[in-house]
Design a protein around this ligand. Sequence first.
Ligand SMILES: NC(=O)c1ccc[n+]([C@@H]2O[C@H](COP(=O)([O-])OP(=O)(O)OC[C@H]3O[C@@H](n4cnc5c(N)ncnc54)[C@H](OP(=O)(O)O)[C@@H]3O)[C@@H](O)[C@H]2O)c1
Length: 289
Amino acid sequence: MAVILIIGANGQLGSELKTVSENYYGYHFVFTDIGELDITDSNLTADFIRKTQPDWIVNCAAYNLVDKAENESDKAMLINGTAVKNIAMSIRGTECRFIHISTDYVFDGMSNVPYNENSVPNPAGVYGRSKLEGEKAALLHPGSMIIRTSWLYSSYGTNFVKTIFGKAKENDSLKVVFDQTGTPTWAADLAESIMLIISGVIRNQIAFNAGIYQYSDEGVCSWYDFAEAIVVEAGINCKIIPILSRDFPTLAKRPFYSVLDKSKIKENYNLMIPHWRSSLKKCIKQLMK
Ligand SMILES: NC(=O)c1ccc[n+]([C@@H]2O[C@H](COP(=O)([O-])OP(=O)(O)OC[C@H]3O[C@@H](n4cnc5c(N)ncnc54)[C@H](OP(=O)(O)O)[C@@H]3O)[C@@H](O)[C@H]2O)c1
C-alpha cells in the first residue's frame, strides 16, 4: 500500500488534504505537523522519513507571514528554505516522490502577462526569497515536483476570505486595494488536484514528470474584486471601496501582477480547474454553515 506523508497537515492546504483523503482508499496517509515532525530538525526529519518509508511526500509546511518575514528573515529562511533541504536530503537516492508547494511571490509582479514556469523569478521580499530557496532545495531530489500557487484560502486557518467575511459583518464599508492582480485558489481545489496527480501516477494512468509547475484556480481579479465577490456571495451589506496600494502601506512589497499560467500542469496531469468565483461560492457556503 502506497504511503503518503503530508507535512504541515494542520494548515489550510494540509487540512483540505485530510478532508480530500477520505475519498481516496487503498493508501496509507500519515499526517504530521510541527508537533510530530519539525522539519527544521534535520536528524528528526531523516529519522522520521526513514521509519515511515513514504512513497510520496507532500510538504504543506511553511512560514507564511509575508510582512513579519521582513523582520524575521532567519526564521523564514529556516522553515521555507533549510527545512525543505532537510526533506530533500532525506529522500535523495530513493524513489520517493516529493511535492513541494511554492508561491507566486517568487515573481516581482512587474509583468502584465501571466508568469509561466520559464519566467525568471525575482522576489520582492524576504518571504518570496525564502520560498525560492525552498524551490532550489526541493529540486536537489530528482523526484521533486514544485507547485507554485497563489492567494490560497480555505474554511480552515486564517486567510483573506475569512478576514473580509468577518470584517464585513462588523463594518459598513471596507477599503481594499484594486491595483494588485492575481488569482485566488481554494485550497480544497489544490488538494483535490494533488490527490488526482498522486493517484493517477500510482495507477499508471498518468506519467510523473518532476520539475516546476503552477496552479491557481481559473480567472483573474484584483483584491478589490475578490472582496466584492466575498460580500456578494455571503449576502453581507458592506460597501467595498477600491484604494491604491500606496494608500495601504505594508512592510513587505507585494507583486502588482502575479497571475500564474497553468497550462503545464493542466496538460501534463489532465486537470480540470474550476473558476475562482465558483469555488469561492462553495467555500462561503461552508463558512456560513
Ligand atoms: N497562504 C497563501 O496565501 C499562500 C499563497 C501561495 C502559496 N502558499 C504556499 O502554500 C503552502 C500551504 O500554505 P497554507 O496557507 O496551507 O499554510 P499554513 O496554513 O500557514 O500552514 C502551514 C503549516 O505548517 C506548519 N509548520 C510551520 N513550521 C513548521 C515546521 N518547522 N515543521 C512542520 N510544520 C510546520 C504550521 O504550523 P504553525 O501554524 O504552528 O506555524 C502550519 O500548520 C505553503 O507552502 C505556502 O507557502 C500559500
